[in-house]
Design a protein around this ligand. Structure first.
Ligand SMILES: *Cc1c(COP(=O)(O)O)cnc(C)c1O
Length: 339
């Protein structure tokens, strides 16, 4: 039995999902004639109370498109130092949109409205123009942390007062919604654009969606084309998304429960220095300095358990749809024996 906790992207489509995909009605989406893609876009736009949605092959492309929609070359984007758009999108912000990032030194990938205010450049012509604030919910490098809606609303007010766009990288927004008992509408009301992933916790093989109102979204399809993200009979993939929305959202609570139980077990191990608070499906922990990180990872790998390093002696485990109760029991008992 192999237990893969490197990411929630390692899941394979379930039988139910595959059956639904195979039965999908499809057409050429470049002509906007794929009924299943259209259905997914209408559904997700509606969920967030936005007029438009666009299906993307990856979350990176959806985020990069959003950056392009909100900015002009030379502009600056305010985001956390842990932001995916800054750390894990291959420098795309500068490559694709010619923008720089003003990084906020936040807490677990989250920051306060006051810090946004401080990060906005003055009007003077020799500064780069701040045009966008970007946040992530849940935060990836921040260990699956969830934002407080009240703080996000305060940031929205600052965006309004300073004429800034507001984008949410909602790759794991589903986890946040389930953990905090919030709704898609609450997020749609606040943000100009939101990207959501179907291929993380929801268990689809591919797919992200960008939502927003028609004014900002009207250029999105052109930018997606420039990025090479136009697809043809993508309905087979969109069908997986529709299936996941029906079947894989509420169950995220199980992933969260398992992650918390992993955390409780890790707390008892003498080789662990710290564990970040566990709110959703991500567990980030640090080993004592006398424990070699690579040796620890290898020791688990030898037992068929795969986890990843986040750098600076931090390790990460992510629970997901394919992480079963049997695997969970085995993991917990193996961890107790590693002491
Ligand atoms: C995974 C992820 C993305 C998108 O990644 P892709 O692999 O391109 O789909 C974006 N933001 C965050 C926070 C992520 O975790």
């Amino acid at each position: 039995m192999t237990i893969d906790l490197r990411s929630d992207t390692v899941t394979k489509p379930t039988k139910g999902m595959l059956d639904t995909m195979m039965q999908a009605k499809v057409g050429d989406d470049v002509f906007r004639e794929d009924p299943t893609v259209n259905e997914l876009e209408v559904r997700i736009a509606g969920m967030f109370g936005k007029s438009d949605a666009l299906f993307f092959p990856s979350g990176t492309m959806a985020n990069q498109t959003a950056l392009k929609l909100h900015t002009n070359p030379g502009d600056q984007v305010i985001c956390d130092k842990y932001a995916h758009i800054y750390n894990y999108e291959s420098g795309g912000a500068s490559f694709n949109s010619g923008v720089s990032c003003s990084l906020i030194d936040g807490n677990r990938g989250m920051f306060k409205a006051g810090q946004v205010l401080d990060a906005i450049n003055p009007e003077a012509y020799y500064y780069s123009q701040t045009s966008l604030v970007e946040i992530e919910n849940t935060t990836n490098k921040g260990g699956g942390a969830c934002w407080e809606l009240d703080e996000i609303k305060k940031i929205r007010t600052i965006c309004d007062e300073n004429n800034l766009g507001f984008h949410l990288d909602g790759a794991r927004i589903w986890n946040a919604l389930v953990a905090k008992n919030e709704t898609t509408k609450q997020y749609g009301e606040i943000f100009d654009t939101i990207s959501v992933c179907l291929s993380k916790g929801l268990g689809c093989p591919i797919g992200s969606v960008l939502v927003g109102d028609s004014e900002i979204m009207k250029q999105a399809i052109r930018i997606r084309k420039i990025f090479g993200g136009n697809m043809r009979q993508a309905g087979y993939l969109a069908a997986a998304g529709l299936y996941a929305l029906d079947n894989h959202v509420e169950r995220l609570a199980e992933d969260h429960k398992k992650a918390k139980e992993i955390g409780e077990t890790l707390t008892k191990l003498s080789i662990i220095k710290t564990i970040e608070p566990i709110e959703t499906n991500i567990v980030i922990f640090e080993l004592n300095t006398d424990v070699n990180e690579d040796t620890f990872v290898q020791k688990l790998a030898d037992k068929g358990i795969h986890i990843i390093s986040m750098g600076s002696n931090k390790l990460r485990m992510v629970t997901h749809l394919d992480y079963t109760s049997t695997m969970h029991d085995k993991l917990l008992s193996t961890l107790r024996k590693v002491i």
